[in-house]
Structures are given as C-alpha cells and as structure tokens.
Ligand binder design. Structure first.
Ligand code: 5GP
Ligand code: MN
Length: 340
C-alpha cells in the first residue's frame, strides 16, 4: 500500500481545491471518514477543502462537522455541483463508487478533477478512479483512512500529529461501523483505537454523543418493533416491517431505527435479520447475518442492493418488485430462504 500512499501524497501536493463525498444517508463512518480527511487536509496541509454530503446525516453526528466546510447537496444542489466541477481532486469515502451518491453521481463521473477511492465495501467501481484504496479486511473506511494517513510523510506513523478533530472523527467512524466493537474488529482495528486513545481522543464523550443522545421515542420504538413487529421463521429468518403509519405514530426521525436490525440476532436460532422501513414507493431494507450466511448475496439478489458480507442493504420497489404491501411478507420469506 505504501506506493499508493506516495502517489496520494503527490496528488495532494498538486491540488489546491479538494472535495470529499460519500454515500447517501450518510452514517457515522461516512461522516467520520469525510470529516477526518477534511480536517487533516485543511489543518495540516492548508488546502481549500469541502465535504459534500448527498443528504443530511443524523443530527447526533453534527458535532463532527464543526469548524469544517460541509455542504448538503439536497438543500444546495447548484452550489454543490459548482464545487464538484471546480475541484482538482475528489475523494469518494465509504462507498464503492459514485452510484451510491444518488443524485450527485452524474456530476461526479463527469467532473474533470482527479478521483480517489477510499472504501471497504465489496465490488469497487475501480474504473471511476485514478487511485484506489479498497480493502474489506478493515472495520471501516475510517480505519482504512487512518492507515493511509499514518503512511503519509508528515504524519510518519505518529497519531499524535493528527489534528485532534481528525483523530476524533476516525474513532467515531470506526466505533459506529463496528457497532462499538461488536463486529468487523480486526487486530489493526484495536491497534488504531489504542493509538488514537493515546493521542488524546475522549472516547467517553464520543460514546455519550453517539449512544446516549436519542429521544424517548427511539427507546420506545425499539420496544415496539421487537415486541409487536418481529416475525421469527423456523428456518432462522427474522424480519420486521416498519410502516409509514407507525413512523408517524412514533414521530420517526432519520437514525431512530439505527442498530435495531442487529437485535434479533441475539436469538440463538436466528441467522439472518431484516428490517424493512417504508419510504415513498419503496421499502428501505437493512440486512444483518451470522457468519456463514451472506447478507450481501441476499441484498443483491432480492433487494436491489449490496454492502458487506454480513451487513447489507437495498430497496424493494412497490409496483415493480411487489404489486402491493400485502405481498411483502410472502416476498421476504420466499426470497430469503435460499440464503439461510
Ligand atoms: P444499513 O443497513 O446500515 O443501512 O446498511 C448496511 C450496509 O449496506 C452499508 O454498508 C451500506 O453501504 C449497504 N447498503 C445499504 N443500503 C444500500 C443500498 O441501497 N444499496 C447498496 N448497494 N448498498 C446498501
Ligand atoms: Mn462504512
């Protein structure tokens, strides 16, 4: 990887206006990896850097963007398009290609700036980039970025040289993508966590912002979905369907259902868990599985999506994949059984 890190060093040196993008509905790793890179390039390298998110992240992640230049494409599309057009260098973080940026895709593919991928998903669109860092044996895009930053000459393997907001963002992205050290933890992940802690990251503060800042609704929603909506099938499939009416009743906000899809895997017999949340004309699908069961294969084959081997997602369209909501349960049970 060191040769590619040196190529990156040259690309950074040759660029002055840099834009960083990530996937739609950005999660902690998406925002963490973008803001960490933005903080490094702004504070240590003096570059003009802007993060462009396809749409806003959950408000509990807002603290990561403080003091940085961050644009929301969904509310300022023309400013964001101009920014993308005028960039010398564009980074795509935590997404295997520009298709995961939704409405930004065409502007990114046609942009003249050089493009770099830093991602940990399966199946990267390598042809879109002049430099590719794609590794699946890491916890998160934030961890991969950490290893890249450590290899840059000015950091020289010393995490204490990272700006403090960069170190905090890296820790945040790794923490959320591992579900606070519950999955996808590698020896390199713990090594990174150790070095960032030693460099002064306040993990207690981070955990309280990430996991103790929800409203009462979220806690009640967890209870409702698990008690009233969880279906357990004899073949090891578990699923929950969260309808529009229920979202209104719980005053549902972006992020309120984060993590709930993991919970049915606590049942000994469950090998794959799905959460389907209704949206405009489609259901958003989240899938988690145990070792040996491929959430990714299921998402690709049945739900127009993809992701990681054991954490994937996609969409199920009404009127195309199923005629009406009444067919949803049958569709799920029929299409998931091949993957169990
Ligand atoms: P989550 O269930 O947390 O929304 O997503 C889990 C994983 O699945 C993430 O790594 C994400 O990249 C992937 N994923 C979620 N939704 C989609 C989708 O619509 N398409 C694809 N290709 N991947 C998705
Ligand atoms: Mn990620």
């Amino acid at each position: 990887m060191q040769d590619r890190i040196l190529s990156l060093e040259t690309l950074i040196g040759d660029s002055s206006r840099i834009t960083i993008v990530t996937h739609t509905r950005p999660d902690g790793d998406a925002v963490g990896s973008c803001t960490a890179l933005c903080s490094y390039l702004t504070e240590r390298r003096g570059k003009d850097v802007c993060v462009v998110l396809p749409n806003p992240a959950q408000s509990c992640l807002d603290f990561l963007s403080e003091g940085l230049s961050v644009l929301d494409y969904s509310s300022s599309p023309s400013r964001a398009q101009e920014r993308i057009r005028e960039s010398d260098l564009i980074f795509c973080m935590d997404a295997p290609g520009f298709h995961r940026t939704d409405a930004m895709e065409d502007y990114l593919t046609s942009a003249r700036g050089r493009k770099v991928l830093i991602d940990h998903h399966l199946g990267p669109s390598e042809e879109q980039f002049c430099l590719v860092f794609s590794q699946t044996q890491v916890s998160s895009a934030s961890e991969l970025l950490y290893h890249i930053l450590m290899g840059l000459p000015d950091i020289g393997g010393d995490a204490a040289r990272l700006p403090s907001s960069c170190a905090r963002s890296l820790m945040c992205g790794m923490t959320t993508d591992t579900n606070n050290f519950a999955n996808s933890v590698f020896p390199s992940t713990l090594q990174m966590a150790s070095c960032l802690l030693a460099a002064g990251v306040d993990r207690d503060e981070l955990l309280s912002r990430l996991y103790q800042s929800y409203g009462e609704n979220r806690v009640r929603l967890i209870g409702y979905l698990l008690y009233k909506k969880l279906r357990l099938c004899p073949d090891g499939l578990a699923y929950m369907i969260f309808t529009r009416e229920e979202q209104l009743a719980f005053d549902y906000r972006e992020g309120d259902s984060e993590g709930i899809v993991n919970m049915p895997l606590a049942v000994g017999s469950v090998r794959m868990s799905l959460l389907l949340s209704e949206d405009d004309g489609f259901f958003r699908v989240s899938i988690r599985s145990r070792e040996g069961v491929s959430a990714n294969a299921c998402a690709r084959a049945a739900f127009n999506g993809g992701g990681h081997e054991r954490a994937a997602g996609g969409r199920l369209y009404l009127g195309r994949d199923i005629a009406s909501r009444d067919e949803l349960e049958g569709y799920i049970e029929r299409n998931c059984k091949d993957f169990l």
